[in-house]
Write a protein that binds this ligand. Structure first.
Ligand SMILES: [Zn+2]
Length: 406
């Protein structure tokens, strides 16, 4: 807990600097006549730019179509920039049902892990019918055109929709892992995706401003969560933190104060999970240096379902160590082999193996039979097979019936 607080406070400071640095060129662009005194005022500059960007916003009539457009745009961006592989699952952008409106502007409703061929809904909200004109205006200023892009990165592409679709493809020996998913892994991934998209330049500095604002929100959430439940934070202190340090609107902060007192430990998951994801990526980057490939990394991180990040770190370590020495360049083949050998015995992958993957693998002699038999039995026999698979060139793998001890 102390570590989370320490990191949250350090991150708060760094993110405030980052948002000011991002805001400054925009400030000079939008307010060319501002005097020098204003330019040096970090809070004023940041708040003024956020306020300016809020002017570009949709309304009740346009928000759903606008979100549809943004989903297509974000999907193209993810493809063009090789951020992560895109699953072959449909995403339906719909208007949020009336009874759910008035809280968040959007949410992602993925099929349950046991549902076959379920659709994912990205629900986007026009405001409730009984809201006043002013309240609607304030809501859409918050969820302006740029914020909807950041939000789409979080909720849909490449955030929740993409990750949960991948997670549903994962097959473990029992259903337990499919049903008990890690909140910090899932929320952390979505927050991490907002950052990845901003790093890649999605939507320019205007969207980056929203991403950093949301990052500040996640950090404040973590600080609030433990300061309220394990400390003595007052309402005044909480409001100051959110509105002054985190640039949040009054209405949003009031609602958060309520949510923070009614829940505990959930509000921290965004910050804790994102920090774990960023730490994991930093460690891989350090380990692999020039060989680090963002798409490959992201694909791998979300290939194990939705377990706590620490287990992903473990799984990646062992798998990577098993293969890094082989200079194995063929990504898709590598992934297939992973899925087959490290995957769990379950009819779907076995069928996949025979139908689709076999032609791309070249086995010597009777090895294929050995392989199938072993791969379909216990985990130790699969491990044995895994040790005997040796890549012979970029596109082929051979199976060595006996292995030399090293
Ligand atoms: Zn989320």
């Amino acid at each position: 807990m102390e570590e989370i607080m320490k990191r949250a406070k350090a991150d708060l400071e760094q993110t405030q600097i980052a948002i000011y640095e991002t805001a400054l060129p925009l400030y000079k662009k939008y307010f060319p006549n501002a005097d020098q005194q204003n330019v040096a005022d970090t809070r004023k500059v940041t708040a003024a730019v956020l306020d300016k960007l809020a002017e570009q916003h949709p309304n009740d009539a346009t928000v759903v179509d606008y979100a549809k457009k943004v989903v297509t745009e974000a999907t193209d961006f993810v493809k063009r920039h090789d951020v992560v592989g895109i699953p072959n699952v449909l995403l339906d952008v719909i208007a949020m049902p009336e009874f759910k409106r008035g809280v968040a502007i959007a949410y992602c409703d993925a099929p349950g892990p046991l549902e076959k061929n379920g659709k994912t809904f990205f629900a986007v909200a026009p405001t409730p019918k009984d809201w006043s004109k002013e309240r609607k205006e304030s809501f859409f200023r918050e969820y302006n055109n740029y914020m909807i892009r950041d939000l789409t990165a979080h909720e849909a592409m490449p955030g929740h929709f993409l990750q949960l679709a991948r997670s549903n493809e994962f097959r473990a020996p029992t259903l337990v892992r499919a049903i008990f998913q890690s909140g910090p892994f899932i929320e952390g991934w979505a927050v991490y995706c907002e950052q990845v998209m901003a790093e890649q330049g999605y939507g320019g500095p205007e969207v980056k401003m929203q991403q950093l604002k949301m990052r500040l929100r996640a950090i404040c959430n973590a600080i609030l969560d433990q300061s309220i439940h394990a400390g003595n934070m007052t309402e005044k202190e909480a409001m100051d933190l959110m509105t002054k340090e985190g640039y949040q609107q009054e209405g949003e902060a009031v609602a958060k104060w309520k949510r923070a007192r009614l829940t505990s430990a959930q509000l921290s998951t965004y910050f804790v999970g994102a920090t774990e994801h960023l730490d994991l990526r930093a460690a891989e980057q350090k380990k692999l240096g020039d060989q680090f490939n963002l798409k490959k990394y992201n694909d791998q991180v979300i290939s194990y379902g939705s377990p706590p990040v620490k287990y992903v770190r473990e799984l990646m370590g062992s798998r990577w160590n098993a293969l890094s020495s082989t200079r194995w360049h063929c990504t898709s083949l590598q992934r297939q082999i992973f899925d087959i050998v490290f995957g769990e015995p379950d009819p779907p992958w076995y069928q996949l193996l025979t139908r689709r993957f076999l032609p791309s693998l070249r086995f010597r002699g009777a090895a294929a039979d050995d392989f199938f038999v072993a791969a379909n039995r216990t985990s130790s026999s699969r491990l044995n097979v895994q040790r005997r698979l040796v890549p012979t060139s970029r596109n082929s793998i051979s199976y060595q019936p006996s292995i030399r001890s090293t």
